[in-house]
Design a protein around this ligand. Structure first.
Ligand SMILES: [Zn+2]
Length: 173
């Protein structure tokens, strides 16, 4: 990597750090070393990056509330990315999708007058979109007309969170 490229990737990495993305995702995208990114993280936030495991897809789809959040996020992703042929996540697109998702959630909070923290992080969004790209989960339609998530490969039964129908029709969006 030339010095100019290194500087450009550092600027990109700084943006991803501010969004709270995991170092290893940033390293994959920017090709900067994990060690360098940890130092950059300290420069920006004043502390070391927190260790921590990523949530599993099954966990994200567990409760009715988080399942609805997942459906919203994937619907926004699919609208922003007509082709699902790629299997790797572009972090700039992820940020656009996550910003749009956050805007929707904040609007809902305002209308319902709720102020609780949405525990859905940008790293959760990465896990979820990764599962979609790797065909672990797919978007489909329930007979009630709502978009739902279906899976053949995860050991979980997904119900439509809107009508609770357990065996939705299986045709893709
Ligand atoms: Zn339904």
């Amino acid at each position: 990597m030339t010095r100019v490229e290194h500087s450009e990737q550092t600027i990109k990495a700084a943006k991803y750090i501010q969004y709270g993305l995991k170092t290893r995702f940033i390293s994959q995208e920017t090709k900067l070393s994990a060690k360098y990114l940890r130092e950059l993280f300290k420069d920006i936030t004043g502390r070391a990056p927190l260790p921590g495991q990523l949530a599993s897809v099954s966990t994200l789809l567990k409760t009715k509330k988080s399942l609805i959040l997942c459906i919203l996020l994937l619907t926004i992703y699919q609208q922003s990315a007509p082709s699902l042929a790629t299997t790797s996540i572009n972090l700039d697109r992820l940020i656009i999708v996550f910003d749009c998702f956050t805007k929707h959630i904040n609007k809902l909070k305002n209308t319902q007058n709720q102020h609780q923290e949405t525990m859905f992080t940008i790293n959760n969004a990465w896990v979820l979109i990764n599962a979609l790209l790797n065909k672990e989960i797919q978007l489909s339609h329930c007979h009630c007309g709502c978009t739902i998530i279906i899976t053949d490969s995860l050991p979980i039964t997904l119900k439509c969170p809107f009508c609770s129908h357990a065996k939705p029709l299986r045709f893709k969006v």
